[in-house]
Design a protein around this ligand. Structure first.
Ligand code: AMP
Length: 419
């Protein structure tokens, strides 16, 4: 029979890979919870309108990459391509703003985009992110950037480059858009087909186009920084002062715009120099989106957040992401009575939080030791009838082959001490 395979661009996470996932996910949870973030989980499916309104109709994600379908009840649904729109939908739906003045949420979840699959680019991928809702102060921007960068550097990630820019608030952004359109109209015929259309619907996106001719034009385009309102400038300066004070590395990227429509004021990206992904590669992106809550039907509420791709992070971490594997004990029962006693011993050790395997099938001690070796056991506990009469077992250290008789009462603490 034909073997069925997973959908193109969507992968199983198995074997030693899963330990790496647990490692980065656990480190992420512990890290952001120290800053007061709580987890939020939202559905994988959302009404398509959420992303059209939230991310923007003229973005690549909405125009070209979303998985959308009509369900059997004729509801138009989309697999979520990112986490922020869903988080904000949830925030508005449950009137969280009426209950608390500031909300800190984080998530780790699968996302779906129908991009051309490549190394580090998948159709189902996973993002971990954070949203700080209800705080407009520049300290929120600086703290969340610093939180993200510290997470990555604590993992041991090398070659981190943080780029920041500001798009300004609505007014500054409108001024920038006007200046940009004026500049680009004179060069319209040199733009690619996509950008000629973007010029009329979403000109800022042109600065993000990867076509060489468009990159060349963007290089001389007016900078948004010179068109900022005084308030927007002061906000950005304050963010930078804090980052400088903490020694958080960053560089200014005046032409960075980011791919989603909802950003205002501070935006940032983390890139990593890595052979695994080829040259410089973006692994994290975020920014402020002060209009998004209102656009999704809530009261105007300032918000800032980011997300990074876990697959890309693991690729660039490479061998650095090798978690220390915990002690594994294999309990070998010898003879019929020993076979039963092996399960008593395993239950006892698991009760002390020790990872323990038992042989389900009877066999000679020799064959059980072989089995323990295949499992990668650190210790083997031999539960034989003779030791049973003394209330003890034999503990074998698999790395040295050394064996000692140990009383059951102290077995767990003895193994625990070696962790
Ligand atoms: P974005 O939501 O587009 O700002 O992306 C944020 C991060 O998600 C990127 O920096 C990547 O690390 C990751 N990412 C985005 N798209 C993909 C994809 N198709 N495959 C794997 N990771 C992705």
């Amino acid at each position: 029979m034909k073997i069925l395979r997973s959908v193109k661009g969507m992968h199983d996470i198995v074997d030693e890979e899963i330990a790496k996932w647990h490692y980065v996910e656990t480190a992420y949870r512990q890290h952001v919870e120290r800053y007061g973030y709580r987890e939020i989980r939202t559905p994988v499916l959302e009404p398509i309108e959420l992303f059209v309104r939230g991310i923007g109709e003229a973005t690549d994600i909405v125009e070209k990459e979303m998985y959308t379908f009509m369900d059997k009840g004729d509801d138009h649904l989309a697999l979520r391509p990112e986490g922020t729109a869903s988080a904000i939908r949830s925030y508005v739906q449950h009137a969280i703003g009426a209950k608390e003045a500031q909300t800190k949420w984080y998530y780790i979840a699968p996302m779906f985009r129908r991009e051309r699959p490549a190394k580090g680019r998948y159709r189902q991928f996973h993002q971990a992110g954070a949203e700080l809702i209800g705080v407009s102060e520049p300290s929120a921007d600086a703290e969340i950037i610093d939180m993200a960068v510290r997470y990555l550097s604590d993992l041991g990630l090398k070659g981190i480059g943080v780029q920041i820019n500001t798009l300004g608030g609505s007014e500054s952004r409108a001024r920038f858009r006007e200046a940009l359109v004026e500049f680009l109209l004179n060069r319209e015929t040199d733009l690619c087909g996509d950008c000629r259309r973007r010029l009329h619907v979403n000109p800022l996106r042109i600065l993000d186009c990867k076509v060489p001719g468009c990159i060349e034009i963007s290089r001389t385009a007016p900078s948004g920084l010179s068109l900022l309102s005084q308030e927007d400038r002061e906000h950005f300066d304050a963010v930078r002062r804090l980052l400088d004070r903490w020694g958080t590395p960053y560089e200014l990227a005046p032409s960075m715009v980011r791919g989603l429509d909802y950003y205002t004021r501070t935006i940032f990206e983390v890139q990593v120099e890595s052979d695994a992904l080829g040259t410089k590669s973006a692994i994290l992106g975020g920014g402020r989106y002060d209009n998004l809550v209102a656009e999704l039907g809530g009261k105007p509420t300032p918000t800032i957040g980011y997300a990074f791709g876990i697959e890309r992070l693991l690729l660039v971490l490479g061998e650095t992401a090798r978690p220390k594997s915990p002690v594994l004990v294999f309990v070998a029962g010898v003879g019929e009575e020993g076979g039963v006693r092996a399960f008593d011993v395993a239950r006892n050790l698991r009760g002390f939080g020790i990872r323990t395997e038992v042989a389900y099938t009877e066999g000679s001690l020799r064959s059980q030791l072989k089995k323990a070796d295949r499992f990668g056991a650190t210790f083997v506990v031999i539960a034989g009838a003779e030791e049973a009469s003394r209330g003890s077992v034999t503990l074998r250290d698999m790395s040295t082959g050394e064996q000692v008789e140990v009383e059951m009462d102290v077995l767990a603490s003895r193994i625990g001490a070696s962790r």
